[in-house]
Design a protein around this ligand. Structure first.
Ligand code: AMP
Length: 319
């Protein structure tokens, strides 16, 4: 049985970045998520594809031993299509085209095995579909993503879905858009008042921040010189995060902090090439090497033993 289940889009993407373009490539929230999570746990995907989805597209899931028994192929249908472009600021994707195709009539039904996966990720799709999956699942920990399209067009449905998950994993622009708050700390408070116990904010090249009602944790992004295509960064972050949690099978502060680091590292590989190309070649020792470096550049000693003080005699009111 898989420990982690993801429902989301399996897509054909068309991508333009300042460094190149790819006309037709494998994409989708569930794709990037499951390929990333597969480095850490057994993962199953629930999604829908059309007849145009090729054996080569599907091979990517098989290479990573992702359980595709929940991947439904619709006869005569076309796979979900997304076209996106990134300008000089690689943190923001501009959607050029979205064709729901087979997703327009998708009614996800979980098998008994999938219902019992202990960890569930509701990848970015229409929020009503996400909730339908949540309602069928017996998972003990559920996280979800969303995007500007659903905040704009289906806000009430989205709020109902956010209410029934443990963790919301979205980017900083989405956090601001969802709450109408510019300040991230205030926006986080507002998100947590909508129901979830945890909020994870993906901040692109600036890293990620984690909020609960009474704790805060943040890390930088892995420092990369060459970011080639940011598509899938968010989903592979979530895949690394949920993959680690499901392997550890423990939800406490220390485990969550480590899971966030794994998420960042998986995302750092994804953005080095188009589609899943980099993760398809990724070796486990490369993940461990980045983990080591990450620990190195985020650690500091509180007291270097040099007797450094903050000068009290210059405190306001002291002179
Ligand atoms: P991200 O990880 O946020 O970069 O998400 C990238 C993936 O999201 C792409 O591969 C797209 O196929 C997928 N995507 C874009 N728009 C939508 C949408 N409206 N619903 C579901 N998936 C989407």
């Amino acid at each position: 049985m898989s420990s982690l289940l993801v429902v989301g889009s399996v897509a054909i993407d068309s991508i333009k970045t300042p460094f190149g373009e790819r006309g037709r490539c494998l994409g989708g929230s569930a794709t990037h998520f499951s390929v990333s999570a597969s480095f850490l746990t057994d993962v199953a995907v629930v999604a829908v594809i059309g007849e145009d989805f090729t054996a080569q597209d599907e091979a990517v899931f098989h290479e990573r031993r992702v359980d595709t028994s929940g991947l439904i192929r619709i006869k005569g249908g076309k796979t979900f299509f997304w076209a996106g472009e990134y300008g000089f600021d690689l943190n923001t994707a501009h959607t050029l085209d979205t064709q729901l195709n087979v997703f327009a009539d998708f009614k996800p039904t979980l098998s008994d095995e999938h219902k019992n996966a202990p960890y569930l990720f509701l990848g970015n799709i229409q929020p009503t579909l996400q909730r339908e999956v949540r309602e069928q699942s017996n998972a003990k920990f559920v996280a979800m993503d969303t995007m500007n399209l659903w905040i704009d067009t289906t806000r009430d449905e989205l709020a109902k879905t956010i209410k029934v998950v443990d963790a919301l994993i979205i980017n900083d622009a989405e956090t601001r858009q969802l709450t109408g708050e510019h300040n991230l700390m205030k926006a986080a408070k507002s998100v947590l008042s909508m129901g979830p116990k945890m909020l994870l904010v993906k901040r692109g090249e600036y890293g990620a921040a984690f909020f609960t009602k009474d704790s805060y944790f943040a890390i930088p992004a892995y420092p990369l010189e060459d970011v080639f295509d940011p598509t899938g960064a968010g989903d592979s972050f979530a895949g690394g995060f949920m993959g680690y949690l499901s392997q550890a099978d423990q939800i406490d502060d220390a485990t969550i902090r480590r899971a966030i680091v794994y998420g960042s590292i998986m995302a750092s590989f994804t953005v080095e090439q188009f589609s899943c190309d980099r993760l398809r070649k990724l070796q486990p020792n490369e993940v461990l090497a980045r983990l080591d470096q990450f620990q190195d550049f985020t650690q500091f000693d509180l007291d270097p033993g040099m007797g450094i003080v903050v000068h009290e005699e210059l405190a306001p009111g002291a002179v």
